[in-house]
Write a new protein. Structure first.
Length: 389
């Protein structure tokens, strides 16, 4: 008998196997001619594949735009599937009434939509692996119609759907909490670094980066990075988004100690896409190398709180972007310009210590919420693996 590994005890019937197309009506939409201004600017949200989870859309259609094109209307609560584009394979329960284009498939049947939504989430990586990475290129209505799913009775579907909805709500609340704490911390940084919040009445000093650094230099492109040797090395991919991505840390066979990081060092993205210029990472660990001409090592003198200076640089990211020279594919800011970066900061290291400790505590709270959020998401993944066939 076909049953999942994890199940509510009141159910004991086997699950039935169906091809999705045998129990569903499906249709995708189309795109009205963009040259016809009468088709756009109305009040009907035009839902594209990257917007199936959104409450707003980048474009709206008119009634005539839908009538004279293959765009199709959908309602709030409909099950939508992204056939192609960057979000290919994603599924959503529409949050709005609107119309869909050719890259979005509406799936309509008598099964519980939340149950099916979660089933598609479980199957997403399998579908992508088989039909897109396997050479198909794009998904299609034909492919989705031929997918086989196991379904229990409607009562069991609803029980599973209600349970998973509670878990999703917990994830949503935790994500909102995480977002609010980060917003609160950013607000505090603004108040602190604009002197609206003061930790003491001691004198401020004006320093330039070039006056308070012990060492500044880019990495080397001569190091050959791979993933099978001994010494960890960080590259631009490791810090581009402003945090350390250890999945991107490679290894090298030999150590050049001159490129070895120390605790308290800062790596700054100084040659990159403009949106990443100024992203930086503070290293609490040592014995790791840095690599690449687009990473600038900043090592401060000992009579400054290095974590405080890191927060100050992080807050003033826009300064680095304004100073950067924009080329065709990337922007850059050289060492001469970097050395001019101004610090208006407390002269006393003890005042810097207080601010650094306070902001570090905020980071600890953010990290704690991130860990809790990750645990809930992992729990949801476990449930999807165990509660569906």
């Amino acid at each position: 008998m076909d049953v999942p590994k994890l199940r509510f005890p009141e159910f004991n019937e086997g699950w039935k196997n169906y091809k999705l197309g045998s129990i569903s009506k499906m249709y995708s939409g189309g795109t009205p001619k963009t040259s016809n201004k009468n088709y756009y600017g109305g009040n009907i949200p035009f839902i594209k594949s990257g917007e199936i989870n959104n409450t707003t859309t980048s474009q709206c259609l008119t009634e005539i735009g839908i009538k004279e094109s293959s765009a199709k209307k959908v309602n709030k609560g409909d099950l939508l599937f992204a056939l192609y584009g960057a979000t290919s394979g994603e599924v959503a329960i529409s949050k709005i009434d609107g119309a869909i284009n050719q890259a979005v498939l509406k799936i309509d049947n008598n099964m519980n939509k939340v149950f099916q939504y979660n089933y598609f989430i479980k199957r997403k990586s399998q579908i992508i692996r088989k039909y897109i990475q396997g050479g198909q290129g794009n998904l299609s209505a034909k492919i989705i119609k031929n997918l086989e799913f196991y379904y229990p009775t409607l009562n069991e579907q609803e029980k599973i759907a209600n349970f998973l909805s509670v878990v999703d709500k917990k994830i949503e609340l935790m994500e909102r909490k995480h977002k609010l704490i980060k917003k609160y911390k950013n607000g505090l940084m603004h108040e602190i670094f604009t002197q609206n919040i003061k930790f003491s009445n001691n004198e401020l000093g004006l320093f330039k980066l070039g006056e308070i650094v012990e060492l500044m230099r880019n990495g080397s492109n001569e190091v050959q990075v791979n993933f099978e040797t001994e010494f960890p090395v960080t590259r631009i991919e490791t810090i581009s988004k402003g945090n350390i991505n250890f999945d991107k840390v490679g290894f090298v066979e030999t150590i050049d100690k001159s490129y070895q990081l120390k605790k308290g060092d800062i790596l700054l993205s100084n040659i990159n896409s403009l949106k990443y210029i100024g992203n930086c990472v503070y290293f609490d660990m040592d014995k790791i190398l840095y690599h690449g001409m687009n990473l600038m090592l900043i090592r401060f003198k000992e009579n400054f709180n290095k974590k405080f200076l890191y927060y100050y640089i992080k807050y003033h990211k826009n300064w680095f972007q304004r100073m950067a020279c924009q080329a065709v594919n990337q922007a850059s800011i050289n060492q001469t310009s970097l050395k001019k970066f101004p610090f208006i900061i407390p002269k006393l290291k003890t005042d810097q210590d207080k601010i650094a400790d306070f902001l570090s505590e905020m980071d600890n709270k953010i990290d704690f919420v991130e860990q809790q959020l990750e645990k809930i998401k992992e729990f949801k993944k476990y449930l999807l693996q165990q509660m569906f066939i």
